[in-house]
Design a protein around this ligand. Structure first.
Ligand SMILES: [Zn+2]
Length: 48
């Protein structure tokens, strides 16, 4: 029980805060979805 350093990599990508607008979400997945939906630049809107 002396190799505690192994647990250092515990903090993965668990951000629930949007990096773009700073909005916080209850879940990481929601944040990711928000980023995709709100900040992903899609093609210029055209109704074709
Ligand atoms: Zn955002």
């Amino acid at each position: 029980m002396h190799n505690v350093g192994f647990f250092r990599k515990e903090k993965v990508i668990l951000d629930t805060k949007c990096r773009e607008c700073g909005m916080e979400f209850s879940e990481t997945e929601r944040m990711l979805r928000h980023m995709i939906k709100a900040h992903t630049k899609k093609k210029p809107s055209c109704n074709c």
